[in-house]
Write a new protein. Structure first.
Lengths: 741, 741
């Protein structure tokens, strides 16, 4: 289709940073060393809930090479915060003090010399336990929440949301069948390879702070720190370095304040690189959720009503992603009601993780869809086909569904997986699930500069977490009619680029790509205007093809972009473009996955044989990059479905500690676990994204766990409603089924 | 005057980088260390002219820790260039090879182990000697130059320029007196404190080169290197760091190619910091000039005609700054003719130095003005007053003189120095001289960004060599109605900012200040547009005062810029401005200085007691900064007049070597040599500069040497026509005068 007219966009080109990444040239925060730099180390409480009785820093301070020590009282917050406890520790691993020394080994030794006396308190590390009367209360002085009926909620509920559309009670009455199921998801880590790290420097003369770090959003991080330190924006510069993965986990303030305060105290740069254990225990995680669904359906499979209740573990200091809208799935349900409870527990703060809240919500929604289909004797594809929203439908009572490729994605997933033709084989099964995702747009801005030889630069403050710099280069090259290798994409820091929102929400190629394209179009317009004068042609008759500006009407009329760029310097100065936007229309995306599994009846082990992954991407600027996103997401979804989980040892003796804060004991899927993945890119271009794109990074992580659960039921007839689907759970379910059957 | 209406501009505010500079936080290239970085060392020829017979690198290469060696043949030029000789060495100290090693000491040792066999050739280190028949020829295969009459010039003349206006022969006929004098100036160093240094890194996968260095122009340096290495602009990133002085000396390619080639060979970053000796012998210098003036005047002192001939030492690889126009001074001379000869010698390349060519030309012009005044019995101020160009005069046959403060500067210098009231005191004297300077404008571009809390950022690719970042902050703060401390000024590298010409030619505040102001005005316009809607006022009735947007008509109508900036993010995205320009009208400046000296008749030593320094600056954005420029320049001018000189030991035995390549033997004036300086800022605002500015950095270095020479004659009656005016020269002149008298 349109791809045929494009030269750079739509091509599967290698990432612009590929060379730097594979040769180790990319600069991560751990690589940076500044003159006179100190090294920080955290002193952390091993227990999940404890009162700090006394902190004795004296032995640490006497150690030669130690330059500063701080406790939570030195932070500008002056009260307990996730970064550091002042009075009460609220999760195991929470820092209570920190040291800065000339050398990382001295800092480590000094941290060991800090003596902290604790009074260990009873803790609660499970959100359902936390709701029970008599459970330890995480925030005894917190404001009590009420539900939508005005009834007081249990004291550990620290946030509540409610969504209603239609009339669920009437809907249930109109239903032929009612299904009620409870699904449980676990706490998992975002799984980025590079742990959090920071270098802070504070200028004593001006007070200006510079922070080098690994972040998905220089500006949002700066905003949070400005509030905490009460600074003007001009007084804090955040410099985002290469990022070794974020997946939502590098979106919030973690230990930056520790580095900043130590830098302020010492007047020297201070570096802190978290160990894996520190990172897993003291940053953020995707929190456990318990989702109850009550769904009413007609005999023919039409969904009529759904009530959902999501209990989300917010950890001590975080907020659960409660997807009260998305829990209703990509379906037309005339009557919807849902409530979300954010429950505080004595665990690590809940935070964003790739498609926050959606893998949980859709694990529930899509598992129940198969339960319903099974009961009604319907095909799993057919029931989805019947209920899927159409263009023009009002979704969640608000958004009018734009033109989309959702149905095509569903059909492609079924088609490419051989759904209709599948044969029954012992212990093997197939399962399908959908992953809808609205995608963010948010504040975006970018510059495009035409250089003096007709090459170009793109500059913005948006960190590349997923290959978006490559898309920017393609968009700019396409718009200016030059080669991709002649485009340089640079990340500017917060002092040198306009505000942009973070690299999250699958928003970057969609919204940032839009401003890049607009800025490049401004440059193109200026180029063609100047060329038109020189060539005696109309600007609208000119095109730029591989660096040559030529007339479409008179082929002989042409000039090199290179020459024009040089001349432009002397005829008004460099040509540049700049564009900003606040938001774009929402363009919801859908990933549909079919999992094919084989279950080992002896061990309960589930082998994923194949994942067929069809996704409505609007338009793929770089199909190779899109496939990479789809494959990576599916593998993450598989890890979520089968392997990953934060395991807490419960009970006062153990202090409710996290048992597996390492990538040895916490098992992420590796390339050895990678199933065959078939990615099917479905293109139904949007009207609003550059070249028709919509966000692609998050949708394909959403359906995988449900698809696998559905496939397991197809294979061995057991329905697992709790993640991860470990072999123990499968084995037990099979044993129970055998016993009951 | 207008100053009263301004809040930030026009105020003597401390430099924005003052804190960083005095606390040592500014990052210079020597401060930068990259992982895996190698250290380079040059192997240099001690002789001024030699043929390379053989270079034996084997012993150096065997030294453990040595990672690469190169000779001139490895440079992309493939023939002798100033950076490195391939076959023939043409100045003492020219590199012939280089090594890169793990450690600077290993590199130094390895450089010593390189054995080079030379055939020493006869050299010529003085441009007048180089013109003589039979002189050694620097470029035997070079194209022979012809003069304007078509006559062949001596073989060492490698460049020729000719300027004519009116008819000098007729002018001489109309003159009452003819004066013929020859003036000689010496070779001096620019005197920057930070020697040249570079770190180059070459990405082996992409070929992309990054160069961190101390440069006055990231883009011009990049341009020169792109040509040499045949690269697209997107393949070379130049990162200008803090600069420890430039004064024209950091405008050209010096040893960058050595670092780049070593980085390409090793795949590792390579650092090279020149020693003072290397810097003085192998970079650039202000070359010696011999200036012959023949001037015809009327009895009443009116200048009628001048013929000038400037012989400039270009060194082996450089080009002398031949000021064939400016040698006629700031005067109406109806008939002018001049020629300039660039002469190659076996010395360091001539290059730019603060007001290139002008201190030489004006030393001649302004010395002769006093000779003429003396002969005619006229007052030195009076003869200048009589001949000074007026507004509307055509200068140099082309430029129509705009409105200016030249006469005022002349009168102020006379007035403030007490010229008219001066009394004769033994061995004391006063001298006056003028320093006219056109000032450059050139390609400029800048961004201004309004941040989310109403603070602002300025970004450009223009290196701050003289406090210009402070002016940018003032201009932006004034335009946006915010405090200067709420403006951040950032230097972007060549990948992230549009092209700008170098920080030279006194152009930055004038031309760059213009684009900064225009960009800030764009932001202001958007701000007032949004505010007008919110306040229900007309944009033109609004003003921004100290962060508050308010109506001039209805004082109650107001809002905070901070709030508006935040809202703007959600109503279209960040507000930014960008401006570019190619050139602005020339706004010639004039510095007039009066030197008061005392001469020691025993030793010939000249003590400068006071320098009165009046300068037409258009408008002083920051009077403190302007005074700093004026004082610094006057001291540089005094060093040029009295102290500094490259001394060559001539003759084949010595190899014509430079005898004083260190700041011990080459005496720069220090703060101990500082005379009393009275700076008089004359403001006659221009129509074209921001707030009326014109360039200020270069003019005040121009007249000092002549003013001192004139004062010496006033004091002890001897006319010294050769710089520097050493005590030996003064003593000998006094002895000659006594003997002759």
């Amino acid at each position: 289709m349109r791809r045929q007219n494009l030269r750079v966009v739509g091509k599967p080109l290698p990432r612009v940073d590929a060379g730097d990444k594979v040769t180790g040239k990319s600069v991560f925060v751990a690589d940076v060393s500044l003159p006179g730099m100190l090294h920080a180390k955290l002193v952390r409480c091993p227990d999940s809930h404890a009162r700090i009785v006394r902190i004795d820093l004296s032995r640490a301070e006497k150690l030669p090479g130690v330059k500063a020590t701080i406790t939570g009282k030195d932070l500008p917050t002056r009260r307990d915060c996730s970064t550091m406890a002042v009075e009460v520790v609220r999760y195991a691993g929470q820092p209570v003090a920190a040291v800065a020394a000339d050398d990382p080994r001295i800092a480590e030794e000094a941290a060991r010399l800090v003596r902290v006396e604790y009074e260990v308190l009873p803790a609660v590390v499970d959100p359902m336990e936390a709701l029970k009367p008599g459970a330890p209360v995480v925030w005894p002085d917190g404001k009590r929440q009420k539900d939508h009926r005005g009834e007081l909620l249990p004291p550990n509920v620290t946030g509540y949301s409610h969504f209603v559309h239609g009339d669920v009670e009437r809907g249930f009455k109109e239903s032929d069948f009612i299904f009620e199921d409870t699904f449980v998801t676990q706490t998992v880590h975002q799984g980025y390879l590079e742990t959090h790290g920071y270098i802070a420097e504070a200028d004593r003369a001006t007070g200006k702070i510079t922070l080098w770090t690994s972040t998905q959003s220089q500006f949002n991080l700066r905003g949070a720190l400005l509030g905490m330190f009460r600074l003007a924006a001009s007084r804090l510069r955040v410099v985002g370095l290469s990022i070794g993965g974020g997946f939502g986990g590098k979106s919030e303030v973690t230990m930056e304040p520790v580095c900043i305060v130590l830098a302020q105290k010492t007047g020297r740069p201070v570096k802190l690189i978290l160990t894996r254990e520190e990172d897993m225990t003291a940053c953020t995680a995707r929190g456990k959720q318990v989702i109850e669904l009550k769904t009413g359906v007609k005999k023919d499979g039409r969904l009529v009503a759904r009530r959902a209740r999501i209990v989300g573990d917010g950890g001590a200091y975080g907020y659960a992603s409660l997807m009260t809208v998305l829990v209703h799935g990509p379906y037309r349900i005339p009557n919807q009601e849902s409530e979300g409870l954010n429950v505080a527990t004595h665990t690590v703060a809940a935070g964003a993780h790739r498609a926050p809240g959606a893998p949980q919500a859709l694990f529930a929604c899509e598992s129940q869809m198969d339960i319903i289909a099974g009961k009604l004797g319907m095909d799993a594809v057919e029931i989805r086909r019947k209920n899927l929203v159409n263009e023009g439908d009002f979704v969640a009572g608000a958004l009018k569904m734009p033109r989309n490729g959702w149905r095509k994605a569903l059909e492609e997933a079924a088609d490419k997986s051989g759904w209709a033709q599948r044969k029954r084989r012992r212990n093997r099964g197939m399962g399908i699930a959908c992953g809808p995702w609205d995608g963010a747009t948010n504040i975006s801005s970018a510059y495009v500069i035409l250089d003096s030889d007709g090459t170009a630069s793109v500059i913005s403050g948006a960190v590349d977490v997923s290959g978006t710099d490559t898309s920017f280069a393609q968009i700019t090259a396409e718009t200016l009619g030059i080669r991709m290798e002649d485009v340089t994409v640079s990340l500017g820091d917060t002092d040198s680029t306009p505000y942009v929102d973070g690299s999250w929400g699958s928003r970057v190629t969609y919204a940032m790509g839009t401003v890049v394209k607009r800025a490049a179009e401004q440059v193109r317009k200026q180029v063609l205007g100047l060329a038109a004068k020189q060539l005696g042609e109309k600007a609208e008759d000119l095109e730029i093809v591989e660096g040559t500006i030529k007339s479409r009407k008179r082929p002989g009329k042409k000039m090199q972009l290179r020459e024009l760029a040089q001349q432009a310097l002397w005829e008004g100065g460099p040509l540049t473009g700049q564009a900003s936007l606040s938001s774009l229309p929402s363009q919801p995306a859908l990933a549909v996955q079919v999992a094919e599994v084989e279950v080992d009846r002896e061990t309960g082990a589930v082998a994923v044989l194949k994942l067929t992954n069809a996704q409505d991407v609007g338009y793929a600027i770089n199909p190779m990059s899109v496939e990479g996103q789809m494959e990576g997401a599916a593998l993450t979804g598989m890890g979520y479905g089968l392997m990953e989980e934060y395991v807490y040892e419960e009970g006062p003796a153990a202090g409710w500690r996290l048992l597996n804060p390492s990538f040895l004991d916490y098992r992420l899927p590796t390339s050895l676990d990678m199933p065959e993945i078939e990615s099917v890119i479905v293109e139904e271009p949007t009207d609003t994204g550059p070249f028709g794109v919509k966000g692609v990074g998050e949708p394909p992580v959403i359906p995988t766990a449900a698809a696998i659960a559905n496939a397991i039921e197809d294979a061995v007839g057991v329905r697992i409603k709790e993640l991860p689907i470990t072999r123990e759970r499968v084995l037990r379910a099979m044993q129970d089924a055998e016993r009951d059957g």
